[in-house]
Every structure is written in C-alpha cells, then in structure tokens.
Design a protein around this ligand. Structure first.
Ligand code: PLP
Length: 401
C-alpha cells in the first residue's frame, strides 16, 4: 500500500528529482503570502540575479517560469523562432528525441542528426552542415548538453567552435536541464543564446520552476520571431520583471527554496567547486562500475557525464529487475533505462545535493540488487573501488578544520 513508509530514509538516486537539503526544506516552509505586497519585488529580483551564477552569465537575461524543463524548451523555441524555420538538433537519447518532437509539433523544419546512444554531439558534422548552408537558412542549433538517457555530456564549447569555424550566425539553444548547476556551464564564454534548466535537477528543489536565460542576440531574435507564445512569452516577463513583478502567480515557496539553494551553492565555492565535487563523486561511481566488471554505456571518456552514470548490464539480465529489487528490498530508487535501452541499462543519479557517503549507500544497494537479479558480483567489489578513490581524494570540509 502507498500509505506504508518503511523506517530510515528512501535513497533517491534518479537523475532528477534529487535529494532536497534540510536547509532548503526549512526555507520553503512558509505560510501563504501575497506576492503583490511590496516585499516581493526584492525577493524576486534577488532570485533572478541568483540564477545568473549557475548559467555563468553576466550578459543574459534570466527568466523563471512556473513549469518544468519541458516548458523551458518551449520558451526557448517559441521566443526566438518562426514557423518553418530551419533548425538542427542532435538526437542521442530520449530527451533530445522529445525536444525534436516538440520542434516538429511547433512547425519547425528540423534537420535531425542521429548519433549512437552513448555518444555526444559531433562537432565536425555540425561544422559540415553549417558550411553547406551557404544561404544561412538555418536559424538555430539545438543541443542537449547532458543527455540524461545515456549519461553523456556534449561539448558546448566545441559546438560553438564549429559554428564559428563555419562562420554561421544561427542561434545556439542549449538544454542544460541535467547540467546547469552541477557541471561547468559558461553561457557567456560559449555564447549560448538560450539556456534552459529545471528546479528538480542540480538546484535540488522540488519540481515546478523552469529556468531560462536569453542572450542579447536571442532577445533581438525575439522581435521578429513569429511562433505563437502566450504563457511562456518573454515579453510579459520583460514588461514586469525589471520592477520585481511577475505576469502571474509565482511559486513562492520554491523561490524561497531557490534562494537557499543558491546560497549553499555559493558557500561551497560556486561553479568550479560544485563541478569538481560532481566530478569526484562521478569518478568514484565509474570506479565502482569497473570493480563490478561492468561497462558504462558511454564508452568514450570525453563524453562521460558527472551528473549521472549509466551502467550496462550483462546480456540476458533485465535491468528493470535490478531497479525493482533495489526499491522493493532496499528502499533505493535507481533510474530505469529509457526508451530503446530499457532493460539493458540502469542509471545512478548523483547530481545536486549529494556527498560520498550518500552515494556509497546507493552503491551498496545497487550491488545487492544486482546480485538479487542474477549478476555474478562479489559483494563489496564496486564499493571498495569507490571508497578507495574517494578516500584518496578526500579533503576536510572547510568549516571542520
Ligand atoms: N531535458 C533533459 C536533459 C532532462 O533530463 C529532462 C528531464 O529529465 C527534461 C529535459 C525534461 O524536463 P521536465 O521533466 O522537467 O519537463
């Protein structure tokens, strides 16, 4: 029955929604308030400013919509493009597939560049396509930075370089849903035109906010963009946000949570420190996978994601059983394999509010669930490798010296 909650903690290791820190939970515990009272403007302006750090931007305009990452996708497309516009998008997992589906349903003319699942955006192919577009008909290049289906992080700086090499003026629209706030993201340096994320990922908040940032070039494109937009219209935000107002009712508790979450992110040392933690955590998990004698779906180290790890299971084993056993026996939530790789892989999410010992718990649970599911794994074989790595690379928490 749904009403029974076992003792101890649920171990949440899907790549979003993620674990919410107690500080953030407390910050969100507020009574109903009127956002038309004067105090709201200060809170909202501070929230908008906060998000700029995560994108790595000083020049882009941030927006916060009540919604999810999918809403952010729609905002990015509708505010910058017109029906029939040519766009390019790489497809290498379920999320890039769904974004392409949205582009098609919105009436855009999408060139889909299919890549094997487990690989990332091919910069050379991008440059080639853009070079051949001598009439500069392509209006946008769309890239999913971290494909949450496969545990692959594409190189956005590399895509920008390819666009520059081809001398192409297309907009660069980036899905940063499972990267922004966890991995390095340099919106200004990479000249990303629209970046998108959602609150339940690296920011470690409940689901319900779509974060979008638009470059000056994207806002210029907005002036002639003809796709229909209503709820996600930047123009309504641009009219109200500068004075700290919003066009419709904001998710107040999430905004309080956002302030606390970004405060923690800054206390840790900002993007560089947070990205380094994610790398260390991810490397420990990759060591564990090697210790189990298993393989990552992402074979090429250049694309390995630090947000999540996608593990291939041996032939003849159903990875859904592992996920089922982990939840049923150990109260551990792992991510299933999505779409065409369902049954063949499972996913360990390690983004956002996370540390070694939490992750060690997930590795122990994954080991037991894999043994339960018929994989020949020596208990402790993965955990030993992860702990060895984490121990070697550990440092004292800065307030504990
Ligand atoms: N893009 C990526 C890379 C994702 O991982 C997800 C969700 O997991 C989405 C987009 C869709 O976001 P949402 O479920 O918040 O609408």
């Amino acid at each position: 029955p749904f009403s029974y909650v076992p003792p101890g903690r649920n171990h949440l290791f899907v790549p979003g929604p993620v674990n919410i820190h107690e500080r953030v939970l407390r910050a969100m515990h507020v009574p109903g308030q009127n956002h038309r009272d004067p105090w709201f403007a200060e809170l909202y302006k501070a929230c908008l400013e906060d998000t700029k750090h995560m994108y790595g931007t000083k020049t882009a305009t941030p927006f916060i919509f009540p919604g999810t990452g999918t809403g952010g996708w729609e905002a990015a497309l509708c505010n910058t493009l017109s029906p029939g516009d040519k766009v390019i998008c790489f497809r290498y997992g379920l999320f890039s597939h769904l974004w392409i589906d949205m582009m098609q349903r919105l009436g855009l003319d999408v060139t889909v560049v299919d890549r094997p699942w487990g690989e990332g955006a091919d910069e050379a192919a991008l440059e080639d396509i853009l070079r051949k577009d001598t009439g500069k008909k392509i209006k946008a290049v769309c890239v999913v930075h971290n494909e949450t289906t496969t545990g692959v992080t594409s190189d956005i700086a590399g895509c920008r370089k390819a666009m520059d090499a081809a001398g192409h003026p297309a907009l660069l629209l980036v899905d940063g849903v499972s990267s922004i706030g966890a991995l390095e993201f340099k919106m200004d340096e990479w000249r990303v035109d629209v970046a998108v994320t959602g609150s339940q990922k690296a920011l470690s908040l409940p689901t319900g906010l779509a974060f979008v940032a638009a470059s000056p070039k994207a806002l210029e494109a907005m002036k002639s963009a003809k796709l229909k937009r209503v709820y996600y219209d930047f123009a309504d935000m641009l009219r109200t946000n500068p004075s700290g107002n919003v066009p419709y009712t904001p998710c107040l508790s999430l905004l309080y949570g956002l302030r606390e979450s970004v405060k923690m992110w800054k206390e840790e040392g900002g993007m560089e420190a947070v990205a380094a933690r994610h790398h260390r955590l991810a490397e420990g998990v990759r060591q564990a996978v090697d210790g189990w004698g298993l393989k990552l779906l992402c074979k090429n180290p250049r694309w390995r994601s630090d947000s999540l790890t996608v593990v291939e299971v041996p032939e003849g084993i159903d990875s859904n059983k592992i996920v089922k056993n982990a939840y049923a026996k150990y109260d551990l939530s792992l991510g299933i394999g999505l779409a065409s790789i369902n049954g063949k892989v499972f996913r360990i999410g390690h983004l956002g509010n996370m540390n070694e010992l939490m992750l060690a718990g997930a590795l122990v649970g994954a080991e037991m669930a894999m043994i339960d599911s018929g994989i020949n794994i020596k208990p402790g074989s993965g955990v030993a490798r992860a702990t060895e790595y984490w121990h070697k690379t550990s440092s004292i928490i800065k307030t504990r010296e």
